[in-house]
Write a protein that binds this ligand. Structure first.
Ligand code: NAD
Length: 295
């Protein structure tokens, strides 16, 4: 069993750290929020450096790139406090550039660092069924694997540093685009007098089939577990989808990739969020695209 420091015990980090404890690891944790720290069942520390001290593996699960850069490189930098030889794993979803530059700084200081963003949401974090997309060295991946397995079901090595983040934002760009396409199709079918469940039944067996349709249908009814059946309670919020779509656009601009549908998806989720729906599940796009008279 490993000695682990866990920084960021929020909606995702809290249950992930709980699963590490359940698997028998020794976990010291820190969060800026007193309530998150109080809810943590392991050894609660007063700062990130204390949580990392003596740990063989340090895991961070923070909101975005600036917090990750600050944690590892800012005042009280973890790179100054982590034990020599510790493996550093950042599970936050952040921009590829920050991920690569922090990993490079870690390497200069003799640390192996992985980016290991997740998909599966709070439900997957709680159930220990997350998917981890891992970027970094083969050796680091092999060391991380048994620990990640306590928190997830699917653990994939995507390539070198930053590749986990790259895969995550590419996957979520597909998800955002496919969800919008599906919502448009359902709204159109209704206007054409076709019942939603008929479009579902036929598309689920046809070339329009996709995960957003058969596992996460944005109209109430056909998929009982989907957020559409509970007033679009998340799930995965529209605000989170917007964050990931913006990261994809940032990355596309940095490398000169053409992603016109990704840009359109980001613009639509921005409008939806501005309309006050950011806290709803991202499949609320269906409601957003229907005429107000039909809401
Ligand atoms: P969250 O806001 O609930 O948790 C983040 C935690 O980090 C907070 O408790 C905050 O107090 C803490 N924090 C911030 N800066 C800190 C610092 N310097 N030191 C210690 N603690 C600090 O967010 P979340 O939902 O847990 O998401 C975390 C990451 O996971 C994000 O990057 C998000 O994009 C990603 N993610 C979230 C979901 C989801 O469904 N919530 C799904 C996949 C990926």
């Amino acid at each position: 069993m490993a000695k682990i420091g866990f920084i960021g015990l929020g909606n995702m980090g809290g249950p992930m750290a709980a699963n590490l404890l359940k698997a028998g690891h020794e976990v010291a944790g820190f969060d800026l929020e007193a309530s998150a720290l109080q809810a943590f069942g392991g050894r609660a520390e007063n700062d990130a450096g204390a949580a990392a001290a003596g740990a063989e593996i340090v895991i961070s699960m923070l909101p975005a790139g600036p917090q990750v850069r600050d944690l590892y490189l800012g005042a009280g930098a973890l790179l100054d406090r982590a034990a020599p030889g510790a493996l550093l794993i950042d599970c936050s979803t952040i921009d590829v550039e920050t991920s690569r530059s922090v990993a490079a700084a870690a390497k200069e200081r003799g640390f192996d660092m992985l980016d290991a963003p997740v998909s599966g949401g709070v439900g997957g974090a709680t159930a220990g069924t997350l998917t981890f997309m891992v970027g970094g060295s083969e050796g680091g991946f092999a060391r991380a694997r048994p620990v990640l397995e306590a928190m997830g079901k699917t653990i994939v090595h995507a390539g070198g540093c930053g590749s986990g983040q790259a895969v995550k934002i590419c996957n979520n760009m597909v998800l955002g685009i496919s969800m919008i396409g599906l919502c448009e199709a359902f709204a159109l079918a209704e206007r054409l007098g076709v019942e939603s469940h008929k479009l579902f039944e036929i598309s689920a067996q046809s070339s329009g089939q996709c995960w957003s349709l058969t596992s996460y249908c944005p109209v109430p009814g056909p998929v009982p577990a989907s957020p559409a059946n509970r007033d679009y309670q998340p799930g995965f919020t529209a605000a989170m989808m917007l964050k990931d779509l913006k990261l994809a656009q940032q990355a596309a601009q940095a490398v000169g990739a053409s992603t016109p549908l990704g840009a359109e998806a980001a613009a639509l989720y921005q409008l939806l969020t501005n309309s006050g729906l950011g806290g709803k599940d991202f499949s609320v796009m269906y409601r957003y695209l229907r005429p107000p008279s039909e809401l």
